[in-house]
Ligand binder design. Sequence first.
Ligand SMILES: Nc1ncnc2c1ncn2[C@@H]1O[C@H](COP(=O)(O)OP(=O)(O)OP(=O)(O)O)[C@@H](O)[C@H]1O
Length: 263
Amino acid sequence: MTLPLSSESDGLREHLLDVEVISGGEPKIRVRDLTRVSDDGTLILKGVSMDIPKGMIVGVIGPSGSGKSTFLRSLNRLWEPPESTVFLDGEDITKFDVITLRRRVGMLFQLPVLFQGTVADNVRYGPNLRGEKLSEEEVHKLLSLADLDTSIAKKTGSELSVGQAQRVALARTLANEPEVLLLDEPTSALDPISTEHVEDVIVKLKNHRGLTTVIVSHSIKQIQRIADLVCLVVDGEIVEVLKPNEIHQAKHPMAQKFLQLSK
Ligand SMILES: Nc1ncnc2c1ncn2[C@@H]1O[C@H](COP(=O)(O)OP(=O)(O)OP(=O)(O)O)[C@@H](O)[C@H]1O
């Protein structure tokens, strides 16, 4: 397997070898030469290439405005990538029906947005769209999977804390049985206990269901707690891919500065 490839320094090649050993097999998501130019001509992503290994948690960190969210959103076409730049299980995602793609590649944002109705209505939303009615037991299982007490099934969004609402949003995403989870700063609005709950769920989903996860976070400590691999994004490029325990060995000068300031 090959990994990132936007800049293949000798150091990076060493990491690629490590990654090959720990991941094994074909990547779940392959990104090749992904470029995005904004309407005013600014290069937001500069030919990014990266393999997201199956069943791993990949953390994406880097300075504000470096392109992390744009990268993440291109993986389920919230931002439409050019043809033949992003592949899911080897298939170009621009060829997928977008609803099918977003069912397979679910996403959570910084702030949960719950639909009107009860928690159970929210969890049933995706299956309902496909004409499937989840039983009460199935709803409860999904709530438990998201580390929530099943007693909240009848509550509405306004009766929940932000931390609970985020886990309901997670349960709603899991009801679609995704193969990949994209998480854009999912805990930045949460207190430490809610953050721990969400992190526990993410790790549990990886360990028990083999879910592949890509998480953008501003917290290096969080990434060290849960990620298997870390992508450092600087100025529209993935400049290094490291293991979490190697994060402070980053060689790129901007990455070093960012890490220094983030300690
Ligand atoms: N739709 C858009 N049109 C023009 N510029 C955009 C658009 N979306 C993002 N950008 C610009 O692209 C750059 C990367 O933005 P992005 O949100 O991907 O960065 P980020 O690393 O996730 O930042 P942060 O950590 O602050 O959320 C920024 O300079 C941003 O202003």
